[in-house]
Ligand binder design. Structure first.
Ligand SMILES: Cc1cc2nc3c(=O)[nH]c(=O)nc-3n(C[C@H](O)[C@H](O)[C@H](O)COP(=O)(O)O)c2cc1C
Length: 314
């Protein structure tokens, strides 16, 4: 499949493995996806500088194909992480949060392509005006930080395709090849999958996390901290406690204390899937098998082709 994104980045398949803090905060998953012809992405957000440097050296040695790095630009350590990525001459940046403008010239000078993650029409237009190469558009189904507006992927992706001229990578709620084909039919130039890639041997999260994703139904997630900067995660004791506090009229400070009392790290590294933030998308309900990342890629491509054939025969 050739699209503006496969041409821009020099990848075989228009399929990204989403940046996922902890799950893709090492080189294994991204190497497997890039070697299989997709776009593997290392999530630098939670990584210490030495670990990030090491992962970049590993991915350089582990694949000759393009790969990406995600840095949340509003993170207090963003400048340091950006310097490391620049020194490693990474081929693709998938930046999230914050403004890209001040960083573009430096990364262009090393030949890197800059994709920006957005979750609203306003931010998409801003990123286009700043001069990014392409957009990753996250809809409400997405795990992690979906749009506070709660507009779904189908509508938000279509709207942003109409509102900008940039290639769009659709993200949120895609777990199989039918979803890939649906987004390409909508006009997207690629897709991004996060939750599907948690259920791989290469994802660096605790086995309890993977099992919880497999066990979840499509209604098994919830938005915690709705109306502020919500996270989508699997329903558990932590989300129930937060929601009960909201219902009982807890103050902003009390809610903040509950929110900060739990972390993604707790779920991802320690396996505490009851009290940790088990970030995952609605597509967890479509994932029921742990498969090697390369096999996930192979099936996505085969199923997308099958969906195309089905459409053509209608
Ligand atoms: C566990 C987890 C961690 C995430 N961490 C990040 C991150 O560090 N940076 C980022 O830009 N997006 C992050 N996301 C969002 C993903 O990049 C992606 O947008 C989302 O997973 C797509 O939705 P899906 O899970 O339905 O495929 C995370 C998502 C999950 C599930």
């Amino acid at each position: 499949m050739k699209t503006r994104i496969t041409e821009l980045l020099g990848i075989e398949h228009p399929i990204f493995q989403a940046a996922m803090s902890w799950a893709s905060s090492s080189s294994a998953l991204a190497i497997a996806v890039s070697n299989a012809g997709g776009m593997g992405v290392i999530a630098a957000g939670p990584m210490r500088p030495e670990a990030f440097r090491r992962a970049l050296a590993e991915i350089k040695a582990g694949t000759s194909k393009p790969y990406g790095v995600n840095i949340p630009l509003t993170d207090a350590r963003a400048a340091e992480l950006l310097d490391i990525a620049y020194q490693a001459r990474i081929p693709v940046m998938v930046a999230s949060q914050g403004g890209p403008r001040e960083h573009l010239a430096r990364f262009r000078a090393i030949g890197a392509k800059w994709l920006h993650v957005v979750a609203s029409v306003e931010h998409a237009k801003k990123a286009e005006a700043a001069g990014v190469d392409a957009l990753v558009v996250d809809g409400a189904e997405a795990g992690g930080h979906p749009p506070p507006s709660e507009v779904g992927t189908l509508v938000l992706v279509r709207r942003i395709i109409k509102a900008t001229r940039l290639p769009v990578v659709a993200s949120g709620g895609i777990a199989d090849g039918a979803g890939v084909a649906a987004m390409l039919a909508l006009g997207a130039d690629a897709v991004q999958l996060g939750t599907r890639f948690i259920a791989t041997p290469e994802a660096s999260v605790h086995e309890n996390y993977k099992r919880a994703v497999l066990a979840a139904e499509v209604d098994g997630t919830t938005l915690v901290a709705r109306g502020r900067l919500p996270i989508r995660q699997l329903k558990n004791a932590f989300s129930a406690k937060f929601e009960a506090a909201e219902r009982s009229g807890a103050s902003r400070e009390e809610l903040e204390a509950i929110f900060k009392g739990s972390s993604l790290r707790q779920a991802a590294l320690e396996g505490d899937v009851e009290w940790g933030k088990v970030e995952a998308g609605q597509s967890a309900g479509l994932v029921n098998e742990i498969l090697p990342a390369a096999e996930v890629l192979r099936r996505l491509v085969a199923e997308a082709e099958e969906a195309r054939r089905r459409l053509a025969s209608l």
